[in-house]
Design a protein around this ligand. Structure first.
Ligand code: GDP
Ligand code: MN
Length: 382
């Protein structure tokens, strides 16, 4: 679970890491009020779960409350890498002398947490990592002993020469490790960690990713989840017993079983099409599930054709057929649909569908090819 900057900064401050204490707002008017309360200048920052907001125009300096209003007004509703901006963080602005990078994550190859720092912090750390990896310094962290102060100091000396700055940065690094470890995070990152003109060191950006599999150990954290529209859709699907992941293609897939769902996506790709989603309706399917699944597919405007691929093992083909008929009776299906049905009770399933004018194929590759063809034609061919 990715946290937004305003949430991560709060957790940083709770762990003793200095970070601006701003206000999260959802309207330009509230942005102006916050700027008045905090005192200008302020920075107006888009709260979206992706990096590169600065470059995309999602971070703006405002010298007056009115500027804060217009900055907020222009950033709200902006699309940043596919994320719509609905929230802003209004932070007191500070005079920056230099920007650094400090982050901690799990090195999966070495199976150990590792802290990374760089004097080339700021907006282009991915470029630094790709083009000049020698500018990033690494320190593995013993998971039980934790990051020791002398290790942090060694890293801090890569960034600073003034001894007070070294001590301040090292102390922040140890706190960042504690924050990472206490929360069962998979990433805790400060970019930029800024040296201000008065020589103090502070976290101007904050990123935390929590390990979903460890969330049960942190009961309060679930409340921090702010799902994006597609995550909302995925969570809604989950509550109906469906595993759904939205993708960007044009063939809507409904499949029983995760393995077959993966294979279906592979076949579509192999034949030159693009799957719009992963959707596993589960092993023992009931008609109601099929109805929900169908609703998910037709609510995706990218979908140009639907491919239903069912292998009846525990799932009975007649159940799926009944579900489909029921779902279609309540939906105005505007895209073509291809059904492949084989396995348990297949004859009955095919008969039920045929009774409603739907032809089912038995071959998966042929079904996928047909769905791709129909998507390209854009014709309604049921
Ligand atoms: P990102 O682009 O999504 O990583 O957003 P950041 O929060 O890192 O902000 C991008 C840039 O905005 C930073 O690298 C800073 O240069 C600048 N910035 C952020 N906060 C302040 C601030 O308080 N004062 C000033 N002068 N610049 C800031
Ligand atoms: Mn940043």
């Amino acid at each position: 679970m990715k946290l937004e900057e305003f949430q991560a900064k709060k957790l940083f401050r709770e762990h003793g890491i200095p970070a601006p204490d701003g206000v999260m707002v959802t309207s330009a008017a509230d942005g102006k009020t916050a700027a008045l309360a905090l005192g200008c200048p302020v920075v107006v920052k888009a709260q979206v779960k992706t990096g590169g907001r600065g470059k995309a125009g999602g971070v703006k300096l405002a010298r007056t409350p009115d500027e804060a209003f217009s900055a907020a007004d222009s950033i709200l509703g902006m699309d940043i890498k596919g994320f719509r901006v609905e929230r802003l963080l209004i932070d007191p602005a500070v005079p920056i002398a230099a920007e650094y990078y400090v982050g901690i994550t799990i090195d999966r190859k070495r199976k150990i947490p590792v802290m990374m720092v760089s004097a080339s912090g700021g907006m282009d750390i991915e470029k630094v990592a790709a083009e000049t990896p020698e500018k990033i310094h690494f320190q593995p962290v013993h998971p039980e002993r934790g990051l020791r102060f002398f290790e942090a100091k060694k890293l801090a000396f890569r960034l600073f020469s003034d001894s007070r700055e070294v001590m301040a940065a090292a102390s922040i690094m140890v706190k960042l490790w504690k924050c990472f470890n206490d929360l069962d995070a998979t990433l805790a990152e400060i970019n930029p960690l800024a040296r201000l003109e008065d020589g103090s060191i502070t976290a101007l950006d904050a990123k935390i990713v929590l390990d979903d599999n460890a969330l049960y150990r942190h009961p309060g954290m679930e409340e921090l989840r702010l799902p994006t529209p597609s995550e909302k859709k995925e969570l809604g699907a989950k509550s109906h017993g469906l595993s759904y992941v939205q993708l960007e293609g044009e063939i809507g897939c409904m499949v029983n079983g995760a393995g077959l769902a993966m294979a279906t996506m592979d076949v579509i790709k192999h034949l030159g099409g693009t799957p719009a989603n992963f959707l596993d309706i589960g092993g023992s399917s009931n008609p109601e599930k099929v109805v929900h699944a169908m609703e998910l597919l037709v609510s995706d405007s990218n979908v140009k054709a639907i491919f239903i691929n069912v292998f009846g093992g525990i799932t009975r083909c007649d159940d799926v057929a009944n579900g489909l008929v029921q779902a279609l009776s309540g939906i105005d299906l505007e895209v073509p649909m291809v059904v492949r049905l084989t396995g348990t009770n297949e004859e009955e399933g095919i008969r039920i569908l045929a009774g409603h004018g739907i032809t089912a194929l038995k071959d998966m590759t042929r079904g996928a090819a047909e769905a791709i063809r129909l998507a390209r034609e854009g014709s309604v061919g049921r």
